[in-house]
Design a protein around this ligand. Structure first.
Ligand SMILES: Cc1cc2nc3c(=O)[nH]c(=O)nc-3n(C[C@H](O)[C@H](O)[C@H](O)COP(=O)(O)OP(=O)(O)OC[C@H]3O[C@@H](n4cnc5c(N)ncnc54)[C@H](O)[C@@H]3O)c2cc1C
Length: 309
């Protein structure tokens, strides 16, 4: 007979990236017993700092925009001073091609939507006609609602809205790559319209760029770990979940190598390929696992430069 899960068992959060940290912190703040398990020896997942010789490097530059309200609120709730860890700048986009400035726009300090109308209307590198076309598209996109079922590519979206190839190449393609890390022929029109709506239809500070001025670990992973541990939550590093303990009654816990950890609920905050593997062993979860199998990966290259002191 399966061992019963004790009523006092915690919720188990698998994965200590920012998603797992956010889940664990939210449960902890609501006084729900929680244990976070992370397979690496440190927290932070893809947004972490790593030590290389004597240097501390971020795993790629990470930018936040003012519209990341849930993240910023979470950071404040655990005592992070947002103004100390980020430098806040008005949305600025500056692109170079063949060593020449090809596009520059900067949002003026005006209430929304005039900040972005001002930015596009005065953008360097766009002809007056292109500015008008970009403004028209920006106005139309605010009212668009692309559902997941009818989603199509950003390329199709731009073509349908009469955006000429030169403008796509100069403005929309780099903006799509910067925000979704996916080329326009593959990127989702639904996600891109959400990004543009956030930039164009939100309040002016929503479009601000927040540039970390401290290492990534100081932004969330380290203060989150301190918050969790000071409130009695478990944080286990170097522990890989290898299976889920599920029976006819539901989830019982997770398997960590030789060990079974009892849990009332399990939150998988793991990369989709890991989640798929963990789910696919359980017949009832196979349809969900199959859906996750349809997702791919997009690489990001990071170039580190070191200048003389
Ligand atoms: C170079 C780079 C630049 C980026 N720039 C930006 C940016 O500017 N702005 C932005 O918003 N986003 C950016 N991102 C994306 C952002 O980093 C990710 O969206 C975010 O970190 C994902 O967090 P996550 O918690 O969902 O997943 P992850 O960070 O992948 O966390 C999953 C965690 O699960 C752990 N894990 C995996 N398998 C197991 C297991 N079996 N048992 C236990 N633990 C397990 C992993 O070790 C990992 O720590 C960037 C990403 C990269 C790589």
């Amino acid at each position: 007979m399966a061992e019963a899960t004790p009523a006092t068992a915690p919720v188990l959060v698998v994965g200590g990236g920012w998603a797992g940290l956010s889940a664990a912190l939210t449960l902890c703040r609501h006084k729900v017993p929680v244990v976070l398990v992370e397979s690496a020896r440190q927290l932070g997942g893809r947004a972490r700092s790593v030590r290389s010789d004597k240097r501390i490097l971020d795993n790629g530059q990470h930018l936040v925009i003012g519209a990341y309200q849930s993240l910023l609120t979470l950071m404040q709730q655990i005592g992070v001073d947002i103004d100390a860890v980020f430098e806040r700048l008005p949305l600025t986009l500056q692109l170079y091609r063949n060593n020449k400035l090809s596009l520059k726009f900067k949002a003026p300090v005006l209430p929304a939507p005039f900040h972005l109308l001002g930015a596009l209307g005065s953008a360097r590198g766009l002809s007056p006609r292109e500015r008008l076309q970009a403004l028209r598209f920006s106005r139309n996109v605010i009212h668009l609602n692309v559902t997941a079922a009818e989603d199509f590519s950003v390329q199709t979206l731009l073509q349908d809205h009469g955006q000429p190839p030169g403008l796509v190449r100069k403005l929309w393609e780099p903006l799509c790559l910067a925000s979704l890390n996916t080329p326009i022929d593959l990127a989702s029109a639904r996600l891109f319209t959400r990004v543009l709506q956030t930039l164009f239809a939100g309040s002016r500070p929503d479009s601000d760029l927040l540039i970390p001025c401290q290492e990534l670990n100081a932004l969330l992973p380290r203060p989150a770990c301190e918050f969790l541990e000071s409130r009695g939550a478990g944080v286990e590093l170097g522990q890989r979940v290898t299976g889920l303990d599920i029976d006819a009654q539901g989830i019982r816990g997770a398997i960590l190598g030789e060990r079974r950890v009892a849990a009332t609920q399990v939150i998988l905050a793991t990369p989709h390929s890991v989640t798929r593997r963990l789910l696919s062993r359980h017949p009832a979860l196979q349809p969900l696992a199959a859906k996750l199998g349809e997702l791919g990966h997009e690489p990001i290259a990071t170039l580190y430069l070191q200048y003389p002191a």
